[in-house]
Structures are given as C-alpha cells and as structure tokens.
Design a protein around this ligand. Structure first.
Ligand code: SF4
Ligand code: SF4
Length: 73
C-alpha cells in the first residue's frame, strides 16, 4: 500500500509527533514558519524511495492539531 498526506501548515504547532512516529520517515520539519510562528511539518515521501509513505495513517491519528489528511493510493 502507498499513501500521500497533506499537512495544513497553519494548524501545525511543530510538536514533532508525526515526524517521530512515522515508520517511513516521510515527514520532516521545514524551515518555513506559519502565521503563529511555528516551523511547519512537511511531507517528504519520495515515491519508490525509502521514505515512501505507506498510508498507515499513524501521523493523522497522532496529530493533536488534526492537521494531517492521508490518502491511500
Ligand atoms: S501515513 Fe504513515 S507512512 Fe505515511 S506519512 Fe503518515 S505515518 Fe508516515
Ligand atoms: S503532529 Fe501535527 S502539529 Fe505535530 S508536528 Fe506533526 S503536523 Fe505539526
């Protein structure tokens, strides 16, 4: 199974839960700030690479800000 996620950067509070819990290391913290002044999490799942998202949904489940949506493809 493969997946994609979208992250609503304005909801993100840089808690790092999604980054730490993603089994594929598909998410990282960017250098981009949102309007609240937090660096935002971004999706870096590269198709066919070791960071390819598997659509497990862990990130969306764990995000306290409900900022992540997962699409399974
Ligand atoms: S759905 Fe799973 S593999 Fe994909 S980014 Fe979220 S935690 Fe990582
Ligand atoms: S879990 Fe949510 S709030 Fe925390 S870093 Fe990830 S997207 Fe941002």
């Amino acid at each position: 199974m493969q997946g994609r996620i979208t992250i609503d950067g304005e909801r993100c509070k840089a808690c790092l839960f999604c980054i730490e819990l993603c089994p594929k290391k598909s998410i990282s913290l960017s250098e981009e700030l949102n309007l609240k002044g937090y660096f935002i999490a971004v999706f870096d799942g590269v198709d066919g690479g070791p960071t390819e998202c598997n659509g497990c949904g862990t990130c969306a489940l764990m995000c306290p800000e409900v900022a992540i949506e997962v699409v399974r493809v």
